[in-house]
Design a protein around this ligand. Structure first.
Ligand SMILES: Cc1ncc(COP(=O)(O)O)c(C=O)c1O
Length: 411
């Protein structure tokens, strides 16, 4: 009989006891709003910001209500205004173009490479053609472009880089943390990310004015001197009057939940990667499946895995996904026209001008995606990978019977 997996792909680990106790203490105090502090108290939110900045090696950090609001604040704080063009990945999730739209910007979508990172040649060409001065680069599904080459292109073209690190908290390029390459970086602490406060986010930067503008925009009610990872009060002279308040503050409760999780992030990264390697080890040798090559320079966080089945058509992919689901394995697919849970393609972002991205479309047409929650053991991951390999081998064998040749996709 075919093996079946019975675990839940959406089940995360419990919040650690230390975090629960810290959250209970905040609730007992009643001081949940970040600026509601007892005499001499720094507050969980301010302490969290200081600790996260130290972790990333940034001078400044602002905690926010979500990764999406962190991106909106970062864009505005970095100078994006109504009508400005902003470069971003054609392969990303909807909060990224959504953040650009929310500040009145116009997304200019850049092609993806087959390794699922932003295409640097297309980026340079579109920066020149559009005259855009800002790039919101999305490290989608945890994949880093050559960050040094990307930073050089941006410098040469006078483009400010903001990093969307929603999927790369804990990742690095040549040992330098993801989020430390741009003018600003944004992170998410939403439940499916690498630390979990339900909702939440961070904005980090080394730039005095960017952080002053960000703090005011997040809704600091002129209490910016209570921040521990922000520049001095004199930096706020203009920002305090120039920036609209768009209330997007984190609260002390969520901050209390997050602080203990930061301490164990590197261990969690090891656990994700151990699971990723098990799945990769089974899928990589399957003829007809193409997995992403992780560059040596990249410290990856394997909290999800992507693979392509380039020779399968949409009906065959649908059938393979259904067969995996029948055996308890939940795969997402970036191919369909209609957006589904946690996947969407640029064609469904109707608020952005229609743009032709033929290479990205070709890649997404056969791109499959799977979460790897830490509630799965390495043995669970081996079983899941075995089921995927089995199902896809059958469909690929059938496809080979009706098609001649392996197609033009790299393995
Ligand atoms: C690539 C990417 N960027 C940014 C975000 C924004 O995160 P949040 O849900 O915290 O707004 C997400 C959320 O899933 C995402 O997938």
């Amino acid at each position: 009989m075919d093996k079946v997996f019975t675990g839940a792909f959406t089940q995360q680990e419990p919040i650690p006891d230390e975090a629960i106790e810290a959250a209970v203490a905040v609730m007992r105090s009643g001081r949940l709003h970040r600026y509601n502090l007892a005499a001499g108290e720094a507050g969980e939110a301010a302490l969290l910001e200081r600790e996260f900045a130290a972790m990333i090696g940034a001078r400044y950090c602002l905690a926010t209500t979500s990764g999406g609001t962190a991106m909106q604040i970062a864009l505005h704080a970095c100078g994006v205004d109504r009508g400005d063009k902003v470069l971003t990945n054609g392969f990303t999730l909807s909060p990224v173009p959504g953040a650009i739209h929310a500040v009145g910007g116009e997304p200019i979508l850049v092609e993806s490479t087959e390794n699922l990172t932003i295409d640097l040649d297309d980026l340079a060409a579109k920066a020149r053609a559009s005259g855009a001065h800002t790039l919101l680069v999305s490290h989608m599904r945890g994949h880093l472009a050559d960050m040094e080459a990307l930073a050089t292109i941006c410098d040469n073209l006078g483009v400010s880089m903001i990093e969307d690190c929603a999927h790369t908290m804990g990742a690095a390029w040549k040992g330098r943390p993801s989020g430390s390459f741009g003018l600003a970086a944004c992170f998410s602490t939403q439940t499916y990310k690498h630390v979990n406060s339900g909702e939440g986010g961070f904005l980090t930067t080394d730039d005095d004015q960017v952080m002053a503008r960000a703090v005011i925009r997040s809704g600091s009610y002129m209490l910016y001197e209570r921040h521990l990872a922000a520049p001095g009060a004199n930096t706020f002279a203009d920002a305090r009057l120039d920036m609209p308040n768009c209330s997007s503050r984190i609260d002390n409760l969520r901050a209390a939940i997050l602080r203990p999780q930061l301490k164990t992030l590197s261990e969690q990264v090891e656990r994700w990667n151990a699971r990723y390697r098990v799945i990769e080890g089974v899928l990589a040798p399957v003829p007809g499946l193409a997995l992403r090559q992780i560059p040596n320079a990249e410290t990856h966080v394997g909290s999800s895995i992507q693979f392509r089945a380039p020779t399968l058509g949409p009906d065959q992919l649908r059938a393979a996904i259904a067969d995996c689901a029948a055996r308890g394995v939940e795969l997402k697919w970036f191919g369909p026209d209609e957006p589904h849970g946690y996947t969407s393609r640029h064609v469904s972002w109707r608020y952005a001008p229609v743009q032709a991205l033929p290479r990205t479309d070709r890649i997404l047409a056969t791109l499959l995606d799977m979460r790897i929650p830490l509630t799965f053991s390495p043995e669970d991951c081996a079983l899941i990978a075995e089921i995927i390999a089995d199902v896809f081998s059958n469909h690929l064998d059938n496809a080979r019977d009706v098609q001649a040749g392996p197609g033009d996709w790299p393995q």
